[in-house]
Design a protein around this ligand. Structure first.
Ligand code: C5P
Length: 402
């Protein structure tokens, strides 16, 4: 179940040219299972119509006309009381100023004043306006009051000027919304370290020995841990994937670098999810110059790469819970059980990668969970997001009841 399922989100839209991006955001939130009620300010209506939002949310979008309609006196209170989150995207300098000073002159600002839920603001304004001391002071007041901010980003603005003031892209806003909704989840206050991707062991300055890991399962675990309120450090090789909003990314290439990052980050962490496909072997020596064809076919001698989980098992940095992953093509459960023991894991996710619908590169996984106390649990074929949510739920239970 997505963190957005059954959530009631109020989306406030103010008068900025970036209002068109809010339609995409409303659509994403709706598709993720949220009930989305949109409130447009009078200025927003100059840029985009309520009908646009109604078409993507399947629900009436509210405007100031509703403020003076039949439900007038209760609408803003009702909306503000039932919502799980009020997000204002784009939020203009004008609306920021009104919120900072408690003005309530339209349905959106009245609702914001009546709201009991968290409020997330995504500023959008032209260069100079965001940096203006008046705006900065308003941002400071609102932050101090506990409101959350997403952006603004830097880049080219509608005016052609380049600077800070761009509305974040809908996919980033979506990430910030998840972050705020997850804040008080089961893993709130916990630090979770996740590794992801396949390590790259250099042969020479241009060539590496690597594997088929896509990093998708590790990134999904990082997102699921964030959704549950954890502080997440994501130690990843270059995967081409966008890290989830809120994850603290540490980029590494080799098993050695990953080992050092894991040892450094695990001190003080509550759990490690070791989803990375770490090299077992690496070239014994790395050529200083590119190996040339004209010099003949090189004989590559391999050496053992560090076993990160084995090293962690005997170190002072070992967090309370360590979860390993086993990707096997045969004798899956026997191999996984042996690893669970040898690497002193609390839980191992055993993954049969010989099946065409599971493992590297594809979006689905067929996983059996084995616990240190001998329990096992076979999960059905799931997409990697669902596998991640299942593992995070089991991890939370292990941390709550050691
Ligand atoms: O023994 P095997 O490498 O198959 O075990 C897989 C688990 O061990 C995974 O969680 C993987 O991330 C981790 N691993 C490791 N160091 C290695 C190889 C794998 O920590 N050198």
């Amino acid at each position: 179940m997505s963190i957005l399922s059954d959530k009631h989100i109020l989306l406030g839209v103010t008068g900025s040219i970036a209002a068109y991006k809010a339609a995409d955001l409303a659509s994403r939130l709706t598709q993720a299972g949220a009930r989305v009620d949109v409130i447009l300010t009078p200025a927003a209506e100059k840029f985009i119509t309520p009908l646009t939002f109604q078409s993507v949310t399947g629900r009436k979008a509210f405007t100031d006309a509703d403020l003076w309609g039949g439900e007038a006196h209760v609408l803003h209170v009702g909306l503000g009381h039932t919502a799980d989150l009020l997000v204002i995207a784009p939020c203009t300098a004008n609306t920021l100023a009104k919120l900072a000073h408690g003005a309530a002159d339209n349905l959106l600002t009245i609702t914001a004043l009546a709201a009991r839920c968290p409020i997330l603001l995504a500023p959008a304004m032209d260069a100079g306006m965001y940096e203006h001391p008046a705006t900065q002071e308003n941002v400071r007041i609102l932050r101090e009051r506990g409101l959350f901010f997403a952006g603004p980003g830097e880049g080219r603005m509608a005016s052609g000027l380049v600077g800070r003031g761009r509305l974040l892209e809908p996919v980033e806003l979506y990430g910030h919304i998840r972050l705020v909704l997850g804040k008080n989840g089961r893993l709130a206050g916990r630090k979770i370290v996740v590794t992801a991707g396949g390590t790259q062991e250099p042969l020479d300055p241009v060539r590496v020995l690597t594997n088929r890991s896509s990093g998708k399962q590790g990134y999904a675990l990082a997102q699921a841990a964030l959704d549950a309120g954890a502080e997440v450090v994501l130690i990843s090789t270059p995967t081409g994937l966008t890290p989830p909003v809120g994850a603290d990314l540490r980029q590494v290439h080799t098993a050695e670098q990953m080992l050092n990052a894991v040892l450094a980050e695990c001190a003080g962490a509550d759990a490690l999810l070791m989803a990375a496909a770490v090299a077992d072997f690496r070239p014994k020596s790395v050529a200083g110059e590119k190996l040339k064809k004209r010099d003949g076919i090189p004989q590559v001698e391999l050496d053992a790469a560090p076993d990160i989980l084995a090293a962690l098992a005997d170190s002072d940095s070992r967090p309370r819970c360590v979860v390993g992953f086993a990707a096997e093509t045969r004798d899956l459960l026997e191999n996984a059980a042996a690893k669970l023991k040898a690497k002193k894991l609390d839980l191992i996710a055993a993954n049969d990668i010989s099946a065409p619908d599971a493992g590297f590169g594809v979006d689905t996984n067929r996983v059996t969970l084995l616990y240190a106390d001998g329990r096992s649990e076979a999960l059905p074929l799931m997409n990697k997001t669902e596998v991640a949510e299942a593992i995070i739920e089991r991890l939370a239970a292990l941390l709550e009841h050691p």
